[in-house]
Ligand binder design. Structure first.
Ligand code: HEC
Ligand code: HEC
Length: 369
């Protein structure tokens, strides 16, 4: 802006001087009768042109004149991908490129995902409506880690019909689902500043991903079924060897110094997710853990075998945790996932097999025409 104003003023000055000089020569010629001549037509035209162009450049949005700014490389919402093509979310440093004033809202949304407890936990600064866990405990790297239960397909697939509720669910509804189940808490008002920020963050994560598309690496990894039931006793051995150092021997996790946020979130007990949460399904837990736990593992470098993942899932989900009224879930019981551990079912397998497997026969039952 400033260079534009300087050019504008300088050009104006030059124009004024040119008119003055012309006038002066006219006076000398007409009144003084001197044979002088001065033609400044062309330089005046040049100055006028410069004046108009500079003026225009200052009125029209700067992006139009900066070369390459329509180049997708500079767009604020461009998604990034890892070497194997997995979605890793847009680069947060690009948020500064947003010109519509949404940067602050999106950053707040991201903050609420990463440090939920500080705002909405038992000692939350905004409201006290959840169990002290953070969304990020399960949606790693603020929901951008490949196979870390990320949010890559949220904006592109919601609103969508979900068989758990039998309804078309908005993003707000889906976020509240996790608040009420995974964070064993109460829902946020959909007009609240917090919900608007979370939705804005989801939108920003999803811009550039086509409607109904799921980028690679989104959600939770599917791992092969065992041909036996998952075994809580074998899982206990895995837990003690590979998990309890962080999540604590009693499974209650570890709080930070201020006691507001978990350094290591709880696995069970009154501060953990309730039995209506996604992780209570063995396939969700096993798939999440296989690609992400112990902390530091990735889908490319898992530290657990499939058997260990299934067994530790069986162990953790056989421990006590809060309950939720699930009577409205799966109004169409034929749509229950095979590892939903609460009947009634349209098949003949019991709740124990639906909880621990073996899942192969149940899956085969539903594949039959
Ligand atoms: C205890 C773990 C846990 C916590 C904590 C948690 N979630 Fe979830 N969330 C899940 C699981 C499991 C799923 C289902 C994933 C699946 O089935 O593939 C899920 C799914 C979602 C989805 C839908 C994703 C999709 O692509 O359909 C959204 C949105 C979501 N969670 C938002 C949140 C928000 C916001 C918070 C914090 C308020 C939160 N979650 C906290 C475990 C958790
Ligand atoms: C080195 C420490 C460490 C080890 C070992 C570890 N975890 Fe975790 N785990 C974490 C941290 C930290 C988080 C939360 C991640 C975040 O917020 O970014 C987490 C989150 C989780 C979650 C989701 C949140 C919750 O509490 O429900 C589950 C489930 C989980 N871990 C299971 C396991 C299992 C099973 C093992 C053993 C196979 C294990 N972890 C080993 C550090 C660890």
């Amino acid at each position: 802006m400033l260079p534009g104003i300087i050019v504008l003023l300088a050009t104006l000055l030059v124009l004024v001087v040119q008119y003055q000089i012309e006038d002066a020569f006219k006076v000398l010629k007409v009144h003084g009768g001197l044979p002088v001549h001065m033609d400044l037509r062309w330089s005046k035209r040049a100055a006028w042109l410069l004046l108009i162009v500079t003026g225009l450049m200052m009125i029209v949005p700067s992006g139009v004149f900066t070369p390459g700014s329509s180049d997708p490389a500079l767009l604020p919402q461009l998604a990034t991908f890892s070497d194997d093509g997995s979605w890793t979310g847009p680069d947060t440093s690009r948020l500064a490129l947003l010109e519509d004033g949404s940067e602050e809202r999106i950053r707040y949304g991201r903050e609420l995902i990463a440090r939920t407890s500080a705002y909405l936990g038992p000692k939350g600064s905004v409201a006290k409506l959840s169990n002290g866990m953070n969304c990020q405990n399960c949606h790693l790297d603020a929901g951008t880690k490949p196979w870390g239960n990320n949010f890559g397909a949220v904006w592109s697939t919601y609103p969508k019909e979900r068989s758990r509720s039998g309804k078309v669910e908005s993003i707000e509804r889906r976020v509240n689902d996790c608040l009420e189940r995974s964070l064993n808490g109460r829902p946020l008002d959909s007009t609240s500043r917090e919900m608007r920020a979370i939705v804005a963050y989801m939108e920003w994560l999803g811009t550039g991903i086509e409607r109904s598309k799921k980028p690679p690496g989104t959600g939770i990894m599917e791992i092969a079924y065992l041909d036996r039931a998952a075994d809580p006793e074998l899982g206990r051995v895995v837990f003690e060897a590979k998990c309890s150092s962080c999540h604590n021997e009693d499974g209650q996790g570890k709080l930070d110094m201020e006691g507001t946020t978990y350094l290591y979130p709880p696995m069970w007990g009154e501060h953990s997710y309730n039995h209506g949460a996604g992780l209570y399904r063995l396939s969700r837990f096993a798939g999440y853990v296989k690609a992400n736990m112990p902390q530091g593992s990735t889908h490319e470098h898992p530290l657990l075998t499939d058997e260990e993942a299934w067994d530790v899932a069986a162990f953790v989900n056989s421990q006590p945790r809060p309950e939720k009224d699930l009577t409205d879930d799966w109004p169409d019981i034929s749509k229950k996932p095979i590892d939903h551990p609460f009947g009634p079912y349209v098949d003949h397998f019991n709740e124990t097999q639906h909880k621990y497997g073996p899942f192969g026969p149940i899956a085969a039952f539903y594949k039959k025409p």
